[in-house]
Ligand binder design. Structure first.
Ligand code: FER
Length: 298
């Protein structure tokens, strides 16, 4: 009872704090600090720091580019936006794999830009640590008005609804608009916070569509492990990568550690790195992108 009251109080404060999120870039302070302060015993994978400069622009290398694209969604019956990253020396005559990279509860198709995915990827590709790929950063709030305004927590259902938009509308749009591979071995999904929960839910829920799945500081929209992995042998056979990171100071850790504990118990290969002193912010998410991007399409 005491715990329930405490959680209610935390939830109420969170809702009030979220009522007027700041406009534009940046996210409300304290996001991710709420949620069950539950500790799950789990063995983390080793943390290896990213090299200095991994997120710094280098003068001497080829650069990729961003484009905001629009597609019609039958799910919402609206035109929706997505940011697309094209790798350096993008060539229409070459086929590319596609990585769907999802934002958090207060963001939209522009939020990931705070994490400079273009710089991180340009550097990785120049160093041959990642293969050239197209990265699609959609708006994961599948509803008619998909702007991150008002009480963004009230729009949680739209994050679940994005499963339809992604599978029925966005992926087919990307595949008919760009010269990309269409098999699951060339499709990855990862995201931060709400987008991490979506990636685990949709990625593990559609093993025929995504071979590589990542969750960075995944939020409480993450389904229970038994729901994510109802058939252990099938997941072991079909999934090529299940990779997670979360900050040691992030109260949302339990969403990741609960899945990691289940995987370890059942022999499902799974990585969870605890970012030392990490909070619910782009320090952890940039690290997630830097590492996840090196492990996919190989
Ligand atoms: C919650 C705490 C955090 C929650 C969502 C979040 C839906 C998401 C945070 C983010 O995306 O940054 O209780 O419930």
């Amino acid at each position: 009872m005491k715990k329930t009251l405490f959680m209610l109080a935390v939830a109420t404060v969170a809702t009030v704090a979220m009522a007027q999120p700041p406009m534009g870039a940046g996210r409300p302070a304290g996001m991710g600090r709420m949620g069950a302060p539950e500790q799950i015993d789990v063995k983390f994978n080793d943390y290896v720091a990213a090299p200095a400069g991994f997120d710094q622009e280098r003068g001497s290398i080829d650069k990729g580019s961003y484009q905001v694209v629009e597609y019609y969604s039958t799910t919402t019956d609206t035109t929706r936006k997505a940011t697309v990253y094209f790798p350096p020396k993008y060539n229409k005559n070459k086929k590319y794999p596609v990585f769907y990279l999802l934002h958090g509860i207060g963001g939209d198709h522009m939020e990931w830009r705070q994490g400079v995915p273009n710089i991180i990827m340009d550097n990785l590709i120049a160093d041959k640590k990642a293969v050239p790929m197209i990265i699609v950063m959609p708006n994961g709030r599948a509803q008619k008005d998909d702007r991150p305004i008002g009480n963004v927590y009230a729009g949680s259902a739209a994050f679940a609804n994005f499963e339809k938009d992604l599978l029925i509308d966005l992926i087919p749009f990307i595949q008919k608009t760009y010269n990309v591979y269409t098999d699951k071995a060339h499709r990855a999904i990862a995201g931060l916070s709400m987008g991490g929960g979506q990636s685990l839910n949709f990625g593990l829920g559609h093993l025929d569509m995504f071979a590589y799945v990542g969750g960075f500081s995944s939020a409480p929209n993450t389904k229970q492990p038994e729901e994510l992995i109802p058939n252990i042998e099938n997941t072991k056979k079909e999934n090529k990568l299940l990779w997670m990171v979360c900050g040691s100071r992030d109260n949302l850790m339990y969403n990741s550690s609960r899945l990691k504990a289940f995987c370890d118990k059942n022999g499902v290969p799974c990585t969870l790195i605890q970012y030392p002193e990490g909070e619910h912010n782009f320090v952890v998410w940039k690290y997630g992108l830097y590492n996840f991007a090196q492990l996919i399409f190989k």
